[in-house]
Ligand binder design. Structure first.
Ligand SMILES: Cc1cc2nc3c(=O)[nH]c(=O)nc-3n(C[C@H](O)[C@H](O)[C@H](O)COP(=O)(O)OP(=O)(O)OC[C@H]3O[C@@H](n4cnc5c(N)ncnc54)[C@H](O)[C@@H]3O)c2cc1C
Length: 495
């Protein structure tokens, strides 16, 4: 049931008026109602690309932060991959000291407006929250990410107090950063802050990595990513788009001929996996990467202004259950599909997408086919998709991942009509750069092997993010970027 932002705000104002200025016991804090995130009405938002969650008001942010029990052992902090001092930032937010709250977050994270929106908090900081444990429901943990988003957005809405960092005196050292996703943005900022010259090479025409080409506008407005990129430019970082390292220029040439002192590789995991089933080469079958890139990066949804073609689908099947699958399904709705069917071979308990994204997809009308999987895509005489054949599954014993494995039910095949199939079953690392770089050690999945300082097998070459971890998360990519930048800065200090 959707509650209007106005109703949520009226309740927050009333509750805050009752509690403001009082010293609250842990029991009284725990009794404050969790502040729901205001959002667009599902019936309206499935027809537009605007952000779904519209964000807390100051009253909601304060109340939510007041729910924090300020535990001495701060288990939330241990759950945060970059170890933000969460009790301190929530304590400041509860008192309405939002600038202090943001400054606390910034000690550990450079992308709070982004992480506040896309981090899987329910499996990180909010999973370990004492309040959630007390109330026996992770959804009733303090909504740390929502408060983080509020304090970051507030600064942006006030004009970005520290949006331009002063340039520091140049050391004369030069660092090349390959790719422009969250790992690379972090490295570029942390290295530039030390006065080293940074050049960032991006294969696409626009920097930002998955934040720009993968995650849709309705979850992460591109203006926020553009602001972060502008901050890098303001710090003196040179950004060179349309430049594929390994093709346009070899990595070793950056060091030997272009006189870079160090290189960071943050090329991500942009190679889509396919199902390897009959019919995957029919017209109307997309990888989620292609579908989302056309819509997000190439603005296919903006039919009045963009010339990017994208099949206008009526009945869509999306294969997979992760964030990428949810994004593809919800994008298809917004591009005008009448029916979107999400096909996932395990149960709802195993679905890997963030709970909030699953709930939003359900509210918007995506039909979930649980414990089913595609076995064949069928086409018409023109080679275009016209149906999909699926099989039903039941759950068996846990597999290597610890999740119960799906076991096909014999004879349970069924077919239904679709005109588009989007395959969203995961991504692998792009082999282009690693294959073109002799001596760069990778594991059997093609991930670059690094030591504890993100140093690769090559001298002066570092790597981090999805190209090392496999398809992971924004915050983990950022954490790796932080570690790599610290090691690069140490290396350059010695030279
Ligand atoms: C659709 C989608 C939704 C997601 N949703 C979430 C979410 O909700 N929450 C979350 O935490 N994570 C999410 N993720 C995962 C998250 O976005 C990634 O883990 C993260 O972006 C990885 O960052 P990165 O810096 O390693 O690389 P990326 O963001 O992948 O950026 C790599 C960049 O390198 C460029 N590149 C590649 N090769 C070269 C080359 N040879 N030369 C120059 N440039 C090159 C690429 O074009 C790309 O721009 C999602 C991923 C996808 C695909």
């Amino acid at each position: 049931m959707h509650t209007s932002p106005e109703t949520l705000q009226a309740a927050a104002v009333e509750t805050l008026a009752r509690l403001d200025g009082k010293t609250l016991s842990p029991k009284e804090r725990a009794a404050i109602p969790p502040q729901e995130m205001p959002s667009q009405d599902p019936r309206v938002r499935r027809g537009n690309m605007d952000e779904v969650a519209t964000g807390y008001t100051p009253e909601m942010a304060r109340l939510e932060a007041m729910r924090c029990l300020q535990c001495k052992n701060a288990p939330c902090r241990a759950g945060c991959p970059v170890n933000i001092d969460i009790p301190r930032f929530l304590g400041a937010s509860a008192e309405g000291r939002f600038d202090d709250a943001l400054a606390t977050i910034r000690e550990a994270s450079i992308l709070p407006a982004i992480c506040g929106r896309v981090c899987p908090q329910e499996t990180q900081c909010q999973q370990t929250c004492t309040l959630g444990k007390m109330l026996k429901d992770v959804n009733k943990s303090v909504a740390i990410g929502r408060v983080e988003r509020f304090v970051a957005d507030r600064e942006l809405s006030l004009g970005g107090r520290d949006s331009v960092e002063p340039r520091v005196k140049s050391t004369g050292r030069r660092v090349a950063v390959i790719g422009s996703g969250p790992a690379s943005i972090t490295v570029a900022a942390d290295v530039a802050r030390e006065g080293h010259a940074v050049t960032l090479y991006e294969a696409f025409h626009k920097p930002g990595g998955v934040l720009v080409y993968g995650i849709p506008e309705f979850r992460l407005p591109k203006k926020i990513v553009a602001d972060e990129i502008d901050k890098l430019r303001g710090m003196g970082v040179e950004i060179i788009p349309n430049f594929v390292v390994g093709r346009t220029r070899k990595l070793q040439d950056l060091l030997d001929k272009d006189n870079f002192d160090a290189v960071f590789i943050g090329t991500g995991a942009g190679l889509p996996k396919f199902m390897d089933i009959p019919g995957e080469n029919l017209v109307g079958v997309f990888s989620a990467n292609e579908y989302l890139t056309r819509s997000n990066l190439m603005k296919a949804y903006d039919t009045a202004n963009a010339h990017t073609p994208l099949l206008r689908a009526k009945k869509v099947a999306v294969l997979g259950g992760g964030n990428v699958a949810m994004d593809a399904a919800r994008t298809a709705l917004r591009l005008g599909a009448e029916e979107v069917h999400l096909i996932y071979r395990r149960s709802m308990a195993e679905i890997p997408a963030r709970a909030e994204e699953v709930a939003h997809a359900q509210e918007e009308g995506v039909v979930f086919h649980i414990l089913e999987n595609a076995v064949k895509i069928l086409g018409d005489e023109n080679g275009c998709v016209n149906a999909i054949e699926c099989l039903r599954y039941e759950l068996g014993e846990p597999d290597a991942s610890g999740r119960r494995s799906p076991v096909p039910i014999k004879g349970s095949e069924f077919t239904f009509e679709v005109d588009t199939v989007i395959v969203a079953i995961g991504n692998e690392s792009n082999p282009l750069l690693t294959h073109a770089t002799p001596g760069l050690a990778t594991d059997r999945h093609g991930h670059i092997i690094v030591d504890e300082n993100c140093k690769t097998s090559l001298d002066r070459v570092y790597a981090g993010g999805d190209i090392v971890l496999g398809a992971a998360t924004v915050i983990l990519a950022m954490g790796e970027g932080r570690r790599a930048a610290a090691a690069i800065n140490r290396l350059l200090e010695k030279q």
